[in-house]
Design a protein around this ligand. Sequence first.
Ligand code: ZN
Length: 454
Amino acid sequence: MSKHFKMSWIIVFSIIFIMSCSDSAHEPSENLSLTGPQQNIILIIIDTLRADHLSCYGYHRYTSPSIDSLAAEGTIWANAQAQAPWTLPAHATIWTGLSVRSHRTLNPVPVLTDNGETVKLIFTLDKDLPSMPVLLREAGFSTFGIANFRILSDVYGFDVGFDQYSCNDDGAGRAGISVDSLLIWLEDHNDERFFCMIHLYDVHSPYSPPAPYNTAFQDDPDIGYFDWEIDNNEILNKTGRDIAVDLYDGEISWVDDNLSRLFSWVRENNLADETLIVVMSDHGEEFLEHDWVLHGETLYQEVLHIPLIMSGPGIERGHLDSTYVGQFDLLPTLLSWADVECSSYFDGTDILNSMAGDRVIPSSGTSNFSWVGRNQMASTVYNHSKTIMMNEMEDFMSFDLISDPGEQTALPGDSAGIEDVLFYWATPQLGFPGFAATDETTIQALRDLGYIND
Ligand SMILES: [Zn+2]
């Protein structure tokens, strides 16, 4: 049976399943039950962390001894894919188990107002979608969240379902403080069944690891800061690329060192046998591999290839899983791991189930690069065959990620890949997000455009 013949059946079953779940989707509490033993979950999301810069993923530098140790006790997914190249939609996928085309919490969209100004419309998470913190709290978990980027604040809906949640507007350099806050909460709640989410923003640009981590991979103690200078879509300081990577790697070491305190706490409190620890990121980072930097503007692997590591009871030790998986798999996997029965629909699947197998893993984003003809982008990976759609419904190119892992030679879009991307593009919309606007100019502009009625 061909993949695409199977896909047509998946479409049929998906539609039937969505229809059958639509009434219950917003009332998950009736569908949940808790039958397992005491089990806890700690989810660590390291913003902007590329998989290939962790030593346990084969990086030539020793950036991550603590995460490496955790990985040695658990399973590494070698081919985990972000569903979006930017923080907001990627986290919406992690929260909901849905692809971006399903939850529709998109990248900011520039909107031209009547008076000629451009405002950015930033979507929020649809609070009616079943989400990780809501489902786990309803299943009996005490829930704690700490985030370090304003886009994950209550304004954007990411606090819903947490008993306690805090978000720092700009959490660069706060890995130490954030881990301390989590440990304080854990000391008070370690006799409960808990779900903790900690989002660390230190690896994100600008790259400014505190001493001595600034000299972990370069020798000059006076160099401790690098930020890209971009003017009119031109990168002015490309020659600083090596220092940028040195300091980025230093940030990873700083975060890793702080996480060692968290991992030690779990062991010292005899919770290792009943606590699942997950390490992942929301997206990666570009360092001129495709003549661009940062993230959010392309769908190449330097942005989409993310780490995914799990360690804890029920997780195979010292295992490397090369199946292509996605961020949308995490929620159904956690629910299954914790024996939480839930009839809500997810685009992802339980990847601890050996029957999960190979699937098409989609991603999408909205580039601001309209100056080079890119705007609505999407991509899919099936096994190691990747296809990218550069413009909405147009401009396809394909790559073989085994023979060309750096995606340096674009092949004409192959027909199976194009079919996968277009199928993903036609995903039924399940989420109906609002938008966030905190400054009066934007609010007034949106009011003028009819987005706000008051
Ligand atoms: Zn991010």
